[in-house]
Design a protein around this ligand. Structure first.
Ligand SMILES: O=C(O)[C@H]1O[C@H](OP(=O)(O)OP(=O)(O)OC[C@H]2O[C@@H](n3ccc(=O)[nH]c3=O)[C@H](O)[C@@H]2O)[C@H](O)[C@@H](O)[C@@H]1O
Length: 525
């Protein structure tokens, strides 16, 4: 007896000759066709919905209706989920009686360290950062991932967005603002002067305008800079020394910030404390700073330029380790008095302070390079050259007695000890990146992705922050330094494209992220 062919292999010649057989087989086939049609219809409806949702979605309606989009994104803040995250992040740990702090520039170097320290001791913290690309934004995303794990939510937005700032103050009664968002870097001011005006002047004024009008007004601690001493030659630099000779536009905007602070204190009774940071360095630091890019160049065997002063004079900096700066920030916040105004009106004199936060022991740049050579076990290729006229000053040295008196500020980390910690972090962070790209290159390796956060960005990108586990069970994102955190994987046109950070689903309606979860959770790279 011949075996019946499977249904899928039947053709017209296979119609059975006996009527009974014909009837049952025909009905079977009809049912089969019907279920096929059903699948096709559902598939059409499904993909039709995707098409409609992508092409006929009005930006404003999706902003308010869609949960993923509401979650976060540049210019995409708002909605109940987002508000809940802000409130939760701002909550002071119960029984601690702590402060609730808005940290601007929270994904920056100092911002990340201070936000984490505040959260650790039980204070409420909400960050805000515009994640600009002045330096590698992947590093900022990695810092963000680090903070998210300790419960700090960073709102994505610009301090010039006063509507956003007002909204944050509506949601949370911030007792303090730690204002660290700024366009940093001395030399870059010659390349992009207006970015300094945008962030350091307009941004600061926008923030102060909002702070002065809310009730109660917060106390504000903000980042000035040692660069305000400019061409001052009297050392060590004391807060009483002249600061009217800035050598760069960056320094000029920081000095202007100090004058603006005076005005808002005088007119509106805002409590304001400016911190003059002295060349801050350490793990998670800024790639635009000399100690950071020297390390990179030395490891790559590339030449570095070492500046020297007139007549082969020493160029030196009062390099200050990040942990000491964190202590200085916490001390300033803890001793900041309340603002005295309310609803835009001053009710009495308010605190106005400026502190040097330095290390009190300047080190020549040549010595910095020597320490790096020793730690990296690589000889640097050096080009010694005259200090160019690019805004740099030859020497900085802080007198810290005022901060010492006010809140016991006492730096404890010498340059070699601090650089050792930086180098350890640097090698770990960037070798982890190499290690992970090594995994990516193995086409057979399977990565398990566990999504723990999502952000909506412009251009229809949904970015999912995830943890990665290899097929052998190794948690590739267990180390905060692992480059898998804050990486970008685009799933444009359903083709996963490894970009180096976070999973992105492009051109797909945000609520369909759920549909793609299973794909993202377990795919071959
Ligand atoms: O403390 C401050 O006020 C400032 O500290 C740093 O500015 P800077 O001290 O110039 O730090 P780096 O850019 O890292 O330069 C450190 C030293 O290396 C020198 N350098 C820099 C670059 C280079 O190619 N070669 C070189 O010898 C500089 O002249 C300087 O003496 C930060 O970049 C500023 O944002 C901050 O406000």
């Amino acid at each position: 007896m011949s075996q019946p062919k499977p249904m899928s292999h039947m053709d017209d010649n296979d119609i059975p000759s006996t009527p009974g057989k014909f009837k049952s087989s025909y009905i079977h086939r009809l049912r089969y066709n019907f279920s096929l049609t059903k699948v096709t219809v559902w598939a059409l409806v499904f993909f039709g919905l995707i098409f409609l949702s992508v092409f006929f979605r009005s930006p404003s309606s999706s902003k308010s209706d869609d949960p993923t989009r509401r979650a976060l994104g540049t210019n995409n803040w708002g909605g109940p989920t987002w508000e809940k995250r802000v409130r939760t992040s701002a909550r002071v740990r119960s029984g601690k009686g702590g402060m609730s702090v808005l940290v601007t520039g929270a994904a920056g170097f100092v911002g990340t360290h201070v936000s984490a320290a505040l959260k650790r001791r039980g204070d409420g913290v909400v960050g805000i950062d515009n994640f600009n690309d002045y330096y590698d934004p992947t590093l900022k995303r990695s810092r963000q991932a680090l903070l998210e794990r300790s419960g700090v939510f960073i709102v994505e937005g610009d301090i010039n967005d006063m509507t956003l700032l007002k909204k944050l103050f509506e949601l949370v009664t911030f007792t303090h603002v730690l204002h660290l968002a700024a366009q940093a870097g001395v030399r870059y001011a010659m390349e992009n002067p207006l970015s300094y005006v945008h962030s350091n002047l307009a941004g600061f004024v926008s923030l102060l305008e909002v702070c002065k009008s809310v009730n109660p007004q917060p106390a504000i601690v903000w980042a000035s800079s040692s660069s305000v001493y400019g061409l001052n030659t009297k050392v060590p630099f004391s807060e009483k020394d002249r600061t009217d000779q800035p050598a760069s536009l960056y320094a000029a905007t920081k000095k202007a910030g100090e004058e603006i602070a005076h005005t808002y204190n005088h007119i509106y009774g805002l409590s304001l404390t400016g911190l003059r940071f002295f060349t801050v360095y350490g793990p998670w630091g800024r790639p635009d700073m000399a100690y950071f890019f020297f390390t990179k160049a030395i490891l790559k065997g590339k030449a570095i330029s070492i500046f020297e002063g007139p007549n082969h004079g020493t160029v030196a900096r009062d390099f200050t380790y990040i942990d000491d700066i964190v202590k200085g920030c916490l001390g300033s916040l803890d001793t900041a008095e309340k603002s005295t105004g309310s609803g835009g009106k001053k009710k009495g004199p308010a605190q106005l302070r400026v502190f040097n936060l330095g290390n009190t022991s300047p080190v020549p740049v040549t010595e910095l390079v020597g320490i790096l050579e020793k730690l990296l076990k690589v000889k640097a290729k050096k080009n010694v050259m005259q200090l160019p006229r690019n805004g740099d000053v030859p020497f900085t040295h802080a007198n810290i007695s005022y901060a010492q008196r006010e809140f016991g500020y006492k730096p404890t980390t010498d340059l070699e000890t601090g650089l050792k910690k930086f180098v350890k972090w640097y090698l770990n962070y960037y070798s982890a990146g190499k290690k992970s790209s090594g995994v990516n290159n193995k086409s057979s390796s399977v990565l398990h992705l566990t999504i723990y956060n999502s952000h909506y960005f412009s251009m229809g990108n949904v970015v999912l922050v995830f943890q990665v586990t290899s097929s052998s069970g190794e948690n590739l994102s267990s180390s905060p330094n692992n480059a898998f955190q804050g990486q970008l994987f685009y799933l444009g046109h359903y083709e996963p494209e490894v970009k180096g950070g976070i999973v992105g689903v492009r051109y797909v309606a945000p609520y369909l992220v759920d549909v793609f979860m299973p794909v993202l959770m377990h795919f071959k790279v």
